[in-house]
Design a protein around this ligand. Structure first.
Ligand code: SAH
Length: 398
């Protein structure tokens, strides 16, 4: 007797991809670029589709975007018969993963898009408030939003859920405009804690709400080594500075954003810390301080991404080198340098090479103490290199 295996998703629209696209998926990646999609005529934006090779062989089930360069984002390597049930399971799995790997914090990323097989969805938890971002056509449909929010609230019982909208992302995905705001409940502000340090969170105020949760474990690492006088450059709302204040005699935080420094100052008060905040361009300030012979026992450099695209790589490396060179000149023998890059396009080897070259130019010896990445609530999917972006190198300087 023969069993004919019928794919359960035979009703889904089919999208054929080129051999190059198929090779990519077979290597464990989850994206197929627009140029590798063969004639997706008539497939509605944001549809769940069956992806096949040129001969019609199933490669997976994916969300389709009609406008993004990334046309296909695989959600399962198998046929999917009940998409909403799969979404609920994926959200539940993501929550369980954090329960295993996050400690000492009530703020962390619950869903990290591709890394949780929920491409286009980001959910952050700030104590009792959840903050959600939708980045693709596929995740924007109402039944999908409702299912995700249902599962999140079932398991986590937040007081509020807010949505943060990036208008540029909606434009790129050809989605109708939408504003940031509450999706559930009416509380928009709270406080949260990581590694015993308290922070204010205001979902709808300020330049950018929330924190750089991807640095959470790096904050804890820095506390192990930094002592004496510390300088946190690009301090934002004080993530590193507040942690440094628990082990250092004096801490100064520098940022060009006044609203960020105002929150940083409120955070210092919340923790009973006395930290000096300076509103300045980091490049200028480091130059002035180096010229006036300021010296530190610990310096943190955590600039915004210098390389937004591959084309920016050379300029980005020059920017990182200039910053690191300046910082190295101000560090006392036996001090600690913490230097970060959140540019995906600057690889870890590139970043270490830049740092080595800065050390040579500054006539300093660097010993690597820890070469770190993003916190474990921002998982790196091994065969999807784009999920790994943060570098945080802690070294001893002599
Ligand atoms: N270290 C922070 C995150 C830094 S994000 C944390 O752990 O929370 C990058 C910060 O750099 C932003 O706050 C931004 O305002 C600041 N910034 C960008 N360009 C700058 C410049 N030229 N000089 C000083 N700060 C700058």
């Amino acid at each position: 007797m023969y069993h004919v295996l019928m794919p359960a998703d035979s009703a889904l629209p089919k999208v054929k991809i080129s051999p190059r696209g198929a090779t990519r998926l077979k290597a464990g990646h989850v994206w197929v670029y627009k140029s590798d999609v063969l004639a997706p005529d008539g497939v509605a934006p944001g549809s769940l589709v069956t992806v096949t090779d040129q001969r019609g062989k199933l490669l997976g089930t994916a969300l389709y975007s009609s406008s993004s360069q990334i046309a296909i984002r695989v959600i399962s390597s198998e046929p999917v018969s009940d998409f909403l049930a799969l979404l609920r399971r994926r959200v539940s799995d993501a929550i369980a993963y954090r329960a295993k790997f996050v400690s000492d914090s009530d703020a962390y990323r619950i869903v990290f898009s591709e890394a949780d097989f929920l491409p286009g969805l980001i959910v952050d938890r700030y104590n009792d408030i959840l903050s959600l971002q939708i980045l693709t056509q596929g995740m924007d449909a109402n039944p999908i939003r409702e299912t995700i929010i249902y599962q999140l609230t079932e398991e986590l019982k937040p007081v509020s859920v807010i949505e943060r909208v990036d208008p540029r992302v909606r434009e790129l995905e050809a989605l109708p405009p939408r504003s940031s705001g509450l999706l559930l409940g009416d509380m928009t502000a709270t406080t949260f804690a990581m590694n015993g340090v308290q922070f204010h969170f205001d979902a709808l105020e300020g330049q950018k709400t929330g924190a750089f949760l991807d640095q959470r474990e790096n904050y804890a690492a820095v506390v192990r080594y930094a002592r004496g006088e510390a300088l946190d450059v690009f301090c934002y709302q004080g993530g590193f500075a507040l942690h440094l204040a628990s082990v250092c005699d004096q801490v100064t935080g520098v940022d060009s954003s006044r609203p960020a420094l105002e929150v940083a100052d409120q955070n210092a008060t919340l923790n009973g810390r006395d930290i000096e905040w300076i509103e300045a361009n980091a490049f200028d300030l480091l130059k002035d301080y180096a010229a006036s012979n300021r010296r530190y026992d610990a310096i943190v450099l955590d600039p915004p991404a210098f390389a937004k695209t591959k084309r920016d790589l050379d300029a980005a490396i020059r920017g990182y080198k200039e910053l690191n060179l300046r910082a190295l000149k101000m560090l006392r023998p036996g001090s600690i340098l913490v230097t970060c890059s959140c540019s995906y396009h600057v690889s870890e080897p590139d970043f270490l090479e830049m740092l080595g070259s800065a050390a040579l130019d500054a006539h300093r010896t660097l010993r690597l103490i820890e070469v770190r990445g993003q916190s474990k609530d921002h998982p790196v999917l091994l065969n999807v290199p784009e999920t790994s972006y943060l570098k945080c190198v802690i070294s001893s300087v002599s």
